[in-house]
Unconditional design. Sequence first.
Length: 132
Amino acid sequence: LIKKHMEKKLMGVPIDMWMQCDTPENIFQIGTYANAGAENFSLNLRNIHALLHGISPDDPDIFRLYLSDRSLLYLLLKSVSTHLHHTKSRVLLQMEDYSADVFELCSQLGFWGVTVKPRDVSKIWSTAYAHN
């Protein structure tokens, strides 16, 4: 798939490829994926958080019992930045539950963007404008 994508890109087909990262393994191996040709990465923070704790992200009753460990999340996001600093890869974070401090960290690390639920759009804009 990556080879076909690269061939199309060389022929001038303007499409970006994004690798969806849903597991801690994806984060730990992100440099390997980038070296193999993956260009951009979309990180699903909710799934990664759940799987780090060994729980299903699809079980809301259990998921709510595990608070987000910000220090671990920061280490993971900084690791992503470190492993991709030599590439032109873009990183997009999928934030099921908006957090201003995670948004700020993403901004500091130079990540490309975040996705949020419709209910959080106004929160993210107020955070972004507060720092300008």
